[in-house]
Each structure stands twice: as structure tokens, then as C-alpha cells.
Write a protein that binds this ligand. Structure first.
Ligand SMILES: [Fe+2]
Length: 296
């Protein structure tokens, strides 16, 4: 029989204990224990509780085929990064090139041959040449891996946020060659703010936080026998490299996007500076499971 607030937690835990599936039982028991502990610790008021429920409902309403407020919130609280780093790099024991998926991955990127371009419409900006390698944890090259790459434009927008870009601009699907390499040409991206017109924007404002993410290149690398590698490679020279609003930047995913003043050795159309990025992605063995695309 419940008499005071102190009797509620044991009653709820008893109900959780009836869960048939052992993993679900473990998760629900811990969730109730921590949730109740949080409410007691903060002495959550009735008004705050009602506000919290309204916020969750608002986040649900804001989430559509083209916007994912829960992904933004999980990132902004550091939860996405915590889950990622705890579950990768030999279960969190080592640094990893695994990183956040983010909300902008789309399936069915167009095929790009090695050496090809990600540009599908005119995209003013400095040329970027990416030379990447995919290896396993022993450093052995992984040939025949499928690689999706995608990134924001030189004004900080993904193609599906920007009517000035063609469908699938700055996205492509490549395959690693016999030495585990893939390479392509694109344009130098910049960092961008996460959307701030919803709940997450209000939170950042209340916390005096800026919404910016440092410039990055996304990749999703898939090869049977390895865990799908979801990665972002960050520009170490970006002004927000030390205060990513999504806590995604790690030492293993920092890279130098090298600026060149000299003429490019082969691409004769380039006037002015261009950039190059060299990066090695490390795949871990494990079941190959593709993530669900967060948006259409
Ligand atoms: Fe991104």
C-alpha cells in the first residue's frame, strides 16, 4: 500500500520486475530507479513536471521526415557521444573513428567512381580533395568496402536544406580499391549551426551556448564482417573545434584539411587555393548492421 512518496519507487520497481525479457527488465528497472532518484534529488515541482511533459510532446510534434528534434536533443546533452564511444573502440577501451550519425544521412546516394566529384550542381567554394584509406584494427587494408560520404556546403547547408543545391549534391557512394583506398573531389565545407527554432534552441539559449558544429566530413563505411563505421572527420582548424554543440569531436576524428596556395598538380580548372584531406578510417570486426536513415 502506498502511503507517502517514499513508497512509490519500490512499487514501481516491483512492477518492472515482472518484465519477461531479461534485458528489457534490466533497462526498465534502472530507468525507474534513476528517474525516481532524479525527481527526488531535484524536488521536481508539479509545474516543472507538467512543463517537462509538454516539452516531450512538442519534440514529438517537431519531428518530421526532414527534422529530428530528438537526435538534436540527444546530441546537445552529450548522450549520443556517450553511447557511441562506450560501444565502440573495443567497448570504450580505445579511441575510435566511430562517431555520430547526425540527422542528415540519406540512403541511395549516387555512385561516384574513385577520383570523381560529389558536385551535382554548381557549388561555389574552394576545391577539396579527399584521399582516404580504410583499414581493420590490425592496419590491414579493407578492399571492396562501400563508402557513403556526405557533407555541408561552403555556406553550411546540406542539399536537402538548400533550394540552391541539386538533389544529392555533396553526397556520393564510393567503393574502396584493392588497397582499401577511396578518393574524390568536392568543395571545402564550413561548420554550421544546428537548427535552433525548436526546444533544443531554447535550451541552448538558456545555457548561453552557441549552436555551432565544427566543419566535418561524414562517412558511413560498410563491409560484411565489420561493424558499419559511422564517422565524422573534423577540421582541426575550425574555430569551434573545442566546443562542438553536439560533443562529437574526438581526438581520433580530428584531421588537418591542408590549405594549398600552389597550383593543383592535375586539376587545371582551379584558380586560387584548394584543400586536401588525408584520413584513415579503422573498421572493427562485428555484425554488419546499417542504421535507419533519420530523415527521408
Ligand atoms: Fe553534419
Amino acid at each position: 500500500m502506498i502511503r507517502t512518496y517514499q513508497d512509490v519507487t519500490p512499487a514501481a520497481l516491483e512492477a518492472m520486475a515482472q518484465t519477461t525479457d531479461p534485458r528489457l527488465r534490466e533497462i526498465m528497472t534502472a530507468l525507474v530507479r534513476h528517474l525516481h532518484g532524479f525527481i527526488v534529488e531535484t524536488r521536481l515541482s508539479e509545474a516543472e513536471f507538467r512543463a517537462a511533459l509538454a516539452i516531450l510532446a512538442e519534440m514529438g510534434r517537431l519531428t518530421t521526415d526532414s527534422h529530428q528534434e530528438f537526435v538534436l536533443m540527444a546530441g546537445s546533452l552529450g548522450v549520443s557521444s556517450l553511447v557511441c564511444l562506450m560501444n565502440n573502440g573495443d567497448q570504450g577501451r580505445r579511441e575510435t573513428s566511430q562517431n555520430l550519425l547526425g540527422p542528415f544521412w540519406r540512403m541511395h546516394s549516387p555512385r561516384v567512381d574513385n577520383g570523381g566529384s560529389l558536385l551535382r550542381s554548381e557549388t561555389p567554394g574552394d576545391a577539396l580533395f579527399v584521399n582516404a584509406k580504410v583499414v581493420d584494427t590490425e592496419g590491414t587494408p579493407v578492399p571492396g568496402a562501400d563508402v557513403d560520404v556526405w557533407h555541408a556546403s561552403p555556406v553550411g547547408l546540406y542539399e536537402n536544406q538548400d533550394p540552391d543545391q541539386a538533389n544529392m549534391n555533396l553526397r556520393g557512394k564510393l567503393t574502396t580499391d584493392g588497397e582499401g583506398r577511396f578518393w574524390f573531389r568536392s568543395v571545402m565545407m564550413v561548420g554550421y549551426p544546428i537548427p535552433t527554432d525548436g526546444v533544443v534552441g531554447r535550451l541552448l539559449k538558456a545555457q548561453n551556448r552557441h549552436p555551432f558544429r565544427p566543419a566535418h566530413l561524414h562517412a558511413l563505411i560498410v563491409k560484411e564482417g565489420f561493424k558499419a563505421l559511422i564517422s565524422q572527420v573534423y577540421n582541426s582548424a575550425d574555430p569551434h573545434i573545442d566546443d562542438d554543440a553536439q560533443f562529437g569531436v574526438t581526438r581520433a576524428t580530428l584531421a588537418e584539411f591542408v590549405r594549398h596556395g600552389e597550383p593543383h598538380p592535375t586539376a587545371r580548372d582551379i584558380e586560387g587555393p584548394w584543400y586536401s584531406l588525408d584520413y584513415t578510417y579503422v573498421l572493427e570486426r562485428g555484425p554488419t548492421v546499417l542504421p535507419q536513415p533519420p530523415i527521408k
